[in-house]
Write a protein that binds this ligand. Sequence first.
Ligand SMILES: NC(=O)c1ccc[n+]([C@@H]2O[C@H](COP(=O)([O-])OP(=O)(O)OC[C@H]3O[C@@H](n4cnc5c(N)ncnc54)[C@H](O)[C@@H]3O)[C@@H](O)[C@H]2O)c1
Length: 323
Amino acid sequence: MNVPGPDRHALVTGGGGFIGSHLVETLLRLDCRVRVLDDFSTGRRANLPDDPRLEIQEGSVADLDAVGRAAAGATMIFHLAAIASVGRSIADPRGTHRVNYGGTVAVLEAARRWKVPRTVIASSAAVYGDADAALRRETDETHPLSPYAVDKLASEAICDFYRDMHDIRCAALRFFNVFGPRQDPASDYSGVVSIFLDHAARNAAPTIYGDGEQTRDFVHVTDVADALVAAASVPWMPEFGAVNIGSGKATSIRGLWREIATLTGATATPKRASARSGDIRRSRADISRAADLLGWRPQVDLAAGLADMMEARDGRRQTAAVR
Ligand SMILES: NC(=O)c1ccc[n+]([C@@H]2O[C@H](COP(=O)([O-])OP(=O)(O)OC[C@H]3O[C@@H](n4cnc5c(N)ncnc54)[C@H](O)[C@@H]3O)[C@@H](O)[C@H]2O)c1
């Protein structure tokens, strides 16, 4: 892999957020210069280290001028800024569309203006919807079930357009359920991990909706950061497009609690509640494309990632120590 170095200059939109701030750490470790563009609506300045190689610009990705200024001189763009909430997208489809799709177009326009060699955007497993397949492949039919998922799919499609029409070297990574330190307990994706850890620490009974056999693919945030760097670093291939980023393993919600209970010694029995409408039954990524195209494989398994999160909570540590 052509690892970034001091001559490389990354723009990370949404760099103050959960995934973005871990990516910033990874890029700094690789001795890259980093500029963050974030409106800090859900992200926090405190998520970012104090480092002379890091520059922070406060602004919105929906603002073409702000994105243009932030992208000047960048050799790679990582576009992570989004309103990452299905519920908010249902309540305010126009407002979320302006940021979640409009932001992607602004980033691609900036990449075109400054001839940025590589752009990577954050997409989501949400584009698959509730397809019944046990394993999600990039070639599967998509079935977005919310304005959020529609905007992610449209963002992928506009990337394809910029790639074909303007020769913009852009790839979209479909993240599954990302977990790790600094994640938002209210997250649609992996909030359950924080909630269960919090209950386990108090030996309180968590609530499991439905039969608890619904599965998710939990992937550790440092693995996701590595996948983003890989997508910006490997030699360009025109067949880049959407690439799944998950662990490749299915974990049931009940299995997640068992794993956490074993780790923490919690003995509380979960409470049952009726299934939530719209809850996806099965989700697991086929990650062979990520291995073939990016040379990427996840390194942190669920147990190690959970143990690290638990330690981070106890020690009030905010960084991941599992590398
Ligand atoms: N967390 C997951 O499991 C997961 C799964 C699939 C996809 N994703 C995608 O990954 C990306 C990062 O998600 P996250 O979990 O880190 O969420 P997050 O909310 O922690 O990070 C999003 C960041 O974007 C910023 N932001 C929001 N609106 C903005 C705007 N208009 N202008 C500039 N910055 C803005 C926020 O302040 C925040 O720092 C998002 O695009 C999300 O849709 C996340």
